[in-house]
Design a protein around this ligand. Structure first.
Ligand code: NAD
Length: 358
């Protein structure tokens, strides 16, 4: 069986779907073909792949193609009937991309669709990449803030610790809490899922009670708030936000635009020099003033809307992603051949386009 690893084409995408170290884990009968330069931006040159046993060549004819971003129209044109594709395929939002794969007869496995059950945790690429994003968001907040995160007692006086608020305490939010705490900040957090309170507190942060309780879906995700609840959340937050030096927002509802938590008015109520890092920028942002992909200053408040933070730590982000891909391959490659067992809920749940006879 051949496994192809293309070079990512999306500007700013530095990750690669498979790193050399993983090749030795793939078992007998899997030949890896890596496009030249595929791992360069993540710190894995062609030579490292060659040493690990891969061939440098055209990855697109392989039985299985694994990449990071969904294929462009041009890339999808190089896929063939019956092939397996593994990538972040944005199945809930990229209708045209999914249709292209379906028309081409490709068995598309979307990394966003891995069921969030215990058995599938090693495949959970949303979690592995959100861990990177949450960590980096806390570092960006610390970097942009013109204040220390930790408390300092010096001969020149005492510096109080920074107060940091995390909105949305899923995988990214919890990692942001842990990172901000390690840097010495005093951290509060809020999430609409009540189950999160305990996790927030176990990390040494305070759960900010806004009096708003959302529903949790069967998959463990939050349901969208009603317009009344959303308005109440904005009002409650606006009253509390001026108390914080930095706010990191990670709130998301799968397949929906990011909920707006911080209004323009709330930003204006913050102290000059405060910082908002909006991890939801990619889906429109949790702050009304966020400009996706940009960093702006509004009323003295820095609003960071940088997208794809995992790509800014491409080496470790790729290492984690590579193990996720390897774990998924272990379910769909048996004795060196693709074997799709549709009775396996992880295989069936992750597959978003399916060749009729497959
Ligand atoms: P996500 O990225 O979809 O959303 C981030 C967070 O935003 C969530 O915690 C969500 O509750 C929160 N949110 C949504 N609307 C909000 C609002 N208006 N205000 C404040 N917060 C809001 O979520 P995620 O990080 O991918 O995790 C989703 C769930 O899946 C979590 O419960 C997580 O623990 C769970 N999970 C389970 C497994 C497993 O294998 N069992 C693995 C990974 C994640």
């Amino acid at each position: 069986m051949q496994l192809g690893i293309p070079k990512e084409l999306v500007p700013g995408e530095h990750r690669v779907a498979l790193i050399p170290e993983t090749i030795g884990r793939l078992g007998d009968g899997v030949d890896v073909i890596v496009e030249t330069g595929a791992g360069d931006a993540a710190g894995f040159p062609d030579d490292a792949y060659r040493k690990a046993g891969a061939t440098i060549g055209d990855p697109w004819a392989a039985d299985v193609v694994a990449k990071v971003a969904a294929p462009t129209a041009e890339e999808a044109g190089r896929l063939h009937d019956g092939q397996v594709l593994i990538a972040f395929l944005a199945p809930l939002t990229d209708t045209a991309g999914i249709e292209r794969l379906a028309t081409a007869g490709v068995n598309g496995f979307a990394l966003e669709s891995v069921p969030r059950i215990t058995r599938a945790q090693p495949i959970d690429a949303l979690s592995s990449q959100a861990t990177v994003g949450g960590y980096k968001a806390a570092l960006i907040a610390a970097d942009r803030l013109p204040r220390f995160f930790p408390m300092l007692m010096t001969a020149a006086g005492t510096i109080p610790p920074a107060k940091v608020l995390i909105l949305g305490a899923g995988v990214a939010g919890l990692q942001a809490i842990a990172t901000a705490r390690r840097l010495g900040a005093v951290v509060s957090a809020f999430d609409v899922r009540p189950a999160v309170r305990e996790q927030v507190e176990s990390l040494g942060a305070t759960f900010l009670d806004l009096g708003i309780l959302g529903e949790e879906t069967e998959g463990g995700y939050a349901s969208e708030l009603t317009p009344e609840q959303q308005a109440a959340q904005q009002t409650e937050l606006q009253a509390r936000i001026p108390l914080f030096d930095a706010v990191i927002t990670t709130a998301a509802i799968p397949g929906r635009p990011a909920p707006k938590l911080i209004t323009a008015e709330a930003v204006r109520a913050m102290r000059p020099g405060s910082v908002i890092v909006d991890l939801a920028a990619e889906t429109g942002g949790n702050c009304e003033l966020t400009r996706p992909g940009e960093e702006i200053v509004e009323s003295g408040v820095a609003i960071v809307g940088t997208t794809n933070l995992p790509s800014t730590m491409a080496t470790h982000a790729s290492q984690l992603l590579s193990r996720n891909v390897d774990s998924l391959l272990a379910l769909i490659v048996v004795d060196g051949a693709v074997s799709l067992n549709w009775d396996d809920e992880v295989v069936a749940g992750t597959c978003v386009t399916r060749k009729e006879s497959a």
